[in-house]
Design a protein. Structure first.
Length: 277
């Protein structure tokens, strides 16, 4: 039995190591590349650890593309407003689905979920025509405004979480002279920190990594987001692998920090959304 347990444990650890190499390998290689000199990246055979650690790649990156700081700032601004819009609009809609009793509620909610099945590519041309008619092309409005109109996935998350909050709290608020807005603002939302943080992270990351939207709607290089700017950078420094790795590192730092400090809320929020239908 002991030998069998050892064999099982060994196979489990082997699978974990293989999985770790598959997922962490590209990240380790990127970190290694950005700390190497340009000449060392073409060394054969390649090495994981640099012979000499260097941050010259970051200097070359910002020297070749002075607008890097502007692109980073643009991405932060857009992602911030997208995350705020996702929380406000989706929570309001979800509050109605979870607390208002109407004969249409059980019909409209599945309709909202059905929109998740619509491929985004189908909406590209109609959306572009609409935003063009509104004179929103080459502005950030096509990237921000839709987030303030509710998102089906976030509505689902909020609605499922709100269903876990006892309605007795609503009734107690009404007895104290509150109304529906009081229940939403002072009871429901303060108790919904896990799902709020989960939505903020998902919306921020999706906006931060979005390439197609900014690429379609923004033509002015000064208004580019970081994802579009890095694509432009590939054509300018295609032979400078450390600089490209440095740009990729900059793009993932905010995402890593978000998950690092809010991972507890993500797990708690996702788990609680499925506890009540």
């Amino acid at each position: 039995m002991n030998s069998r347990k050892i064999a099982v444990k060994a196979s489990q650890y082997t699978m974990l190591i293989v999985a770790l190499m598959l997922f962490a390998g590209p990240l380790v290689w990127m970190l290694s590349t950005m700390l190497k000199t340009k000449a060392e990246t073409y060394k054969v055979p390649p090495t994981i650890l640099p012979d000499t650690f260097s941050l010259e790649a970051f200097e070359r990156l910002f020297a070749v593309q002075p607008m890097m700081w502007q692109w980073i700032q643009n991405s932060f601004i857009i992602s911030f407003f997208v995350a705020a819009g996702a929380v406000v609009s989706s929570s309001l809609v979800a509050y109605g689905f979870s607390r208002f009793t109407t004969k249409y509620r059980n019909i409209l909610f599945p309709v909202v979920l059905v929109t998740l099945m619509i491929p985004p590519s189908i909406m590209m041309i109609p959306s572009y025509v609409l935003f063009s008619k509104l004179n929103w092309i080459d502005t950030w409005l096509p990237l921000i405004v839709p987030a303030w109109l509710g998102g089906a996935y976030y509505i689902f998350l909020f609605r499922q979480f709100f269903m876990t909050i006892p309605q007795e709290l609503d009734e107690a608020t009404y007895l104290d002279g509150g109304n529906r807005w009081t229940v939403y603002a002072r009871v429901i939302m303060p108790l919904s920190k896990p799902i709020i943080m989960t939505t903020i992270i998902f919306a921020f990351v999706n906006s931060w990594l979005d390439f197609l939207g900014p690429f379609l709607y923004i033509k002015n290089a000064e208004m580019f987001t970081l994802s579009v700017g890095l694509q432009l950078l590939i054509g300018q420094t295609s032979q400078d692998l450390p600089a490209l790795a440095a740009g990729a590192f900059i793009s993932i730092v905010p995402i890593g920090l978000l998950y690092l400090f809010a991972q507890r809320y993500i797990v708690e929020g996702v788990v609680l959304t499925g506890t009540k239908g």
